[in-house]
Write a protein that binds this ligand. Structure first.
Ligand SMILES: [Zn+2]
Length: 224
C-alpha cells in the first residue's frame, strides 16, 4: 500500500515524521533533503506509521457501528453494503452480494452479525484446517472457532487449534496464512527460518498476508 504524506519544508536541521490528529502524515524536512530521501525515511517508518494510524482507528471501530442502509460489512476480504428491509422480505440476516437485515431486528444487529460470522467461520475454517494439515502431514486434535481476545489464533499444549471468528472477515489467503502458521507450530515451536519455510510452502505470499494483518489490525479489535 502506498503511504500518502505531505512535505513541509522548514529551517530545522533534521527530518521529522508525524501523524496529525486527522491521521494524515506530515514530514517536516530541511531544504537540503531530497524527495527520494524523504520517501525512504517514510518507507522505513511504514510499520510505525500503520500502528499509529490504526491506533487512532481503534476508537472509530470500537464505537458502536450503526447498522443502517449503506453501512459496509466485511466478509472474506470484501466490503458489502447493508440494506435494511421490511420484515416480510427477510427474517434476521441474509447475504447475497449484499447484506439484508430486517427492520425489526436492527437493534439486535450486533448479536445477529456475530452469530452469522461465527456460523460462516465454523463452516469454512475447520475444512481448510483439515485440508492444509493433510498437505503438511501434521496431526492436530481439535479445531475450535471462538471469541479470542486480541488474537487471531492460538494453539494449546494438547494440539487443539483455536481460531478467532473475526478471521472470516479477512481474505482467504490471510485465513490460509493464519492456519498454516498455527499448523507449522505443531512441527516447529519457534519462529525459526525452518518455521517460515514450512509456512511459505503452503502460503507463498504469506508476507502479503502479514502486511494485510498489520494494516487491518482494527478488525481484531472490533466488537462485530
Ligand atoms: Zn507463531
Amino acid at each position: 500500500m502506498k503511504i500518502d504524506y505531505t512535505v513541509v519544508r522548514t529551517d530545522r536541521k533534521s527530518l521529522q515524521i508525524s501523524v496529525e490528529r486527522d491521521r494524515s502524515i506530515v514530514v517536516r524536512a530541511p531544504n537540503h533533503v531530497t524527495d527520494e530521501q524523504i520517501a525512504r525515511a517514510v518507507e522505513k517508518k511504514r510499520y510505525w506509521l500503520y500502528q499509529k494510524i490504526n491506533h487512532g482507528q481503534k476508537y472509530d471501530t470500537m464505537a458502536k457501528k450503526d447498522f443502517v442502509s449503506g453501512t459496509s460489512i466485511s466478509y472474506l476480504g470484501h466490503y458489502y453494503p447493508l440494506e435494511v428491509v421490511a420484515d416480510q422480505a427477510v427474517s434476521g440476516i441474509t447475504f447475497s452480494d449484499k447484506f439484508y437485515l430486517s427492520k425489526s431486528q436492527q437493534d439486535n444487529a450486533p448479536e445477529l452479525f456475530q452469530a452469522w460470522y461465527v456460523e460462516k467461520a465454523k463452516e469454512r475454517i475447520p475444512v481448510l484446517v483439515e485440508t492444509m494439515a493433510g498437505a503438511m502431514g501434521v496431526q492436530y486434535n481439535r479445531v475450535m472457532v471462538s471469541n479470542l481476545k486480541m488474537r487471531w489464533a492460538s494453539c494449546t499444549t494438547k494440539d487443539n487449534l483455536n481460531f478467532n471468528w473475526r478471521l472470516i472477515k479477512a481474505p482467504l489467503f490471510v485465513i490460509r496464512y493464519i492456519i498454516a502458521h498455527e499448523l507449522a507450530h505443531l512441527l516447529e515451536a519457534n519462529h525459526t527460518p525452518t518455521f517460515w519455510l514450512i509456512v511459505k510452502a503452503q502460503v507463498p505470499n504469506y508476507e502479503r498476508a502479514k502486511t494485510w494483518l498489520v494494516e487491518h489490525g482494527d478488525l481484531l479489535e472490533a466488537e462485530v
